[in-house]
Design a protein around this ligand. Structure first.
Ligand code: ADP
Ligand code: MG
Length: 543
């Protein structure tokens, strides 16, 4: 809604501002990181735009960030010569947010036990609003890179509305002026701002000047060797590049010379952002060639299921002038992705063996991605399958087992890897299917999620052993040590016939078998038929 130059913030923005202004009190300094990272994003977009557009407003301006402090006025100003914004973009970018962003942000503050902690904000696409933690008002002066853009100023106190007016001549980009609150005047002290920049912004790949002095060093830590990088630097790099607030669960930093020259630094997060209701994540591993960013979110570099992985892949074998479009179908890029994926899977398998407890905790949050990988990533299916973990008839409380360990403890004559799909351990252990397997001493995997059946069906076998559902027609357990009397052949036939008639169309066939010890009967899925769990899943998927 508009009255003159005044606009109402969208409801979701109001919610975010309410949280930002009233309930974030620790780590307020991160608003500087957020604004600097926005400036760096805008410069990066400008760099890419300049590769293809020759009609750019202020084409001669350097791709730099300038920060100035004014202790007399109590202001902090952050300017960049990035892409800037048009009037419509100001409304779109600084007046609205995706619905999921505000909800997910609120949920994360609660669930991650981070209430009051401002550092989470950047990950939810609402970083700009963090300025209102410290501001009486914020002014954004801007001119878009487009020649027909206007000279504009956006202004707000963060309570309900903002205004957009014409401003005197602006250079290209954004200049953000923050009038600091009485209790936030520390953020116009040059030494304080300098320390904050050193902490959070050393990885910005454009020059930053504070009061006309250069402050950042533009380090590409992924090109260094491991012993030259400290734990703190790794963590800061992860948090800056991934906009993350957690500590990475795993880190893989490696150099390779063959078949391609690769410098990679990968992180696996601690928090699964998709579980906060953020929707599907974008790929998070940037592609570089000799320190120059080619694509921050390349879609075809790593398999889609690996979208939770963060970090950097740099290869000097890539042509520096490779465009993002041609990159998408470059065989070289595909090869690069394959090599890195293999390496990461091998690394994880080793980590899982070395510290099973840690891996189990990580897996509990990220299992969805690995299952998706088994179902969709044909090339790496077996290596991903090694990382799956399950409950089973032999695991104790809080224990899980992987397929490799399952195979290692299979009985000598056991023909297959057995599993049952059901909602809970209790359903399985009180049902009739398990008894035959128990009497043989065969382990049965417990699969609780509907997607699990889809996963084992895609996998079909592991280490040469077929995967079979306990209620499948294919299960062959040989002779069971069945004691007690059995019915005569004639009586059995009569009983089967009577059952078939009584159950009518509900069953295809009734026959005697050797799969039960104590229970009288069980249902088995005929060959080529959907299992009950599959049918249930299909029904749930229907609109
Ligand atoms: P995010 O950076 O995750 O998109 P933010 O709340 O930090 O979320 O910023 C919202 C949007 O505002 C950005 O996506 C961008 O389009 C725009 N924006 C913010 N700062 C700048 C800037 N300095 N130059 C150009 N656009 C900007
Ligand atoms: Mg941002």
């Amino acid at each position: 809604t508009t009255t003159g130059s005044t606009h109402e913030f969208q409801a979701e923005v109001k919610q975010v501002l309410d949280i930002v202004i009233h309930s974030l009190y620790t780590d307020r300094e991160i608003f500087i990181r957020e604004l600097v990272s926005n400036a760096a994003d805008a410069l990066e977009k400008m760099r890419l735009t300049q590769l293809t557009e020759n009609d750019v407003f202020g084409a001669e301006l350097p791709l730099e960030i300038h920060i100035t402090t004014d202790e007399t006025e109590g202001t902090l100003t952050i300017s960049d010569h990035g892409i800037g914004m048009t009037r419509a973009e100001l409304v779109e970018n600084l007046g609205t947010i995706a619905h999921s962003g505000s909800k997910a942000f609120a949920a994360a503050l609660k669930n991650a036990g981070k209430s009051g902690d401002a550092s989470v904000i950047g990950q939810f696409g609402v970083g700009f609003y963090s300025a209102f933690m410290v501001a009486d008002y914020v002014k954004v002066y801007t001119h878009s890179w487009r020649q027909d853009g206007e000279h504009l100023v956006w202004e707000s106190t963060g309570t309900g509305t903002y205004s957009i007016d014409e401003a005197p001549d602006q250079v290209r980009g954004c200049k953000i002026v923050i009038k600091l609150k009485e209790d936030a005047l520390e953020f116009c002290r040059p030494d304080r701002v300098k320390a904050i920049l050193a902490k959070y912004s050393n990885f910005v790949s454009f020059p930053i000047q504070l009061n006309a002095e250069r402050v950042n060093t533009v380090e590409a830590i992924w090109l260094k060797s491991k012993d030259e990088v400290t734990e703190e630097q790794y963590k800061a790099f992860y948090q800056f590049t991934a906009h993350a607030f957690d500590e990475p669960s795993y880190r893989l930093h490696f150099q390779a010379d063959a078949p391609l020259v690769i410098n990679a630094l990968l992180f696996l997060p601690e928090q699964n952002m998709e579980s906060f209701g953020m929707g599907q994540m974008e790929p998070g591993v940037g592609l570089y060639c000799k320190k120059v960013l080619i694509d921050p979110r390349p879609k075809k570099l790593l398999p889609e299921w690996m979208r939770f992985v963060r970090g950097v892949i740099d290869s000097e074998d890539l042509p520096l002038n490779i465009s993002r479009e041609s990159m998408q179908d470059s065989a070289l890029v595909r090869k690069l992705g394959e090599v890195v994926t293999k390496r990461l899977l091998k690394f994880l398998d080793k980590e899982a063996q070395d510290d099973g407890k840690k891996f189990q905790e990580f897996y509990a949050k990220f299992s969805r991605f690995f299952k998706e990988g088994v179902a969709t990533d044909f090339l790496n299916r077996d290596a991903i399958a090694k990382l799956l973990r399950f409950d089973s008839s032999l695991t104790g409380e809080g224990e899980v087992i992987g397929l490799a360990d399952y195979v290692a403890r299979m009985k000598e004559e056991q023909k297959a890897i057995y599993y049952q799909v059901a909602p809970s351990r209790k359903t399985i252990e009180t049902g009739p299917y398990l008894e035959a397997f128990k009497s043989k001493g065969y382990e049965v995997l417990y699969l609780y999620e509907p997607i699990d059946e889809y996963v084992v069906n895609s996998l079909r076998e592991f280490d040469g052993k077929p995967l079979q559902a306990v209620n499948s027609n294919e299960v062959d357990l040989g002779d069971l040590a069945n004691e007690g009397e059995s019915l005569s052949e004639g009586d059995t036939e009569t009983l089967c016939g009577w059952l078939k008639d009584s159950l009518a169309s509900g069953v295809e066939e009734v026959r005697s078998g050797k799969r039960l010890v104590n229970s009288p009967a069980l249902a088995i899925t005929p060959d080529g038929e959907m299992t009950p769990q599959m049918r249930q899943m299909m029904r749930a998927m229907k609109p």
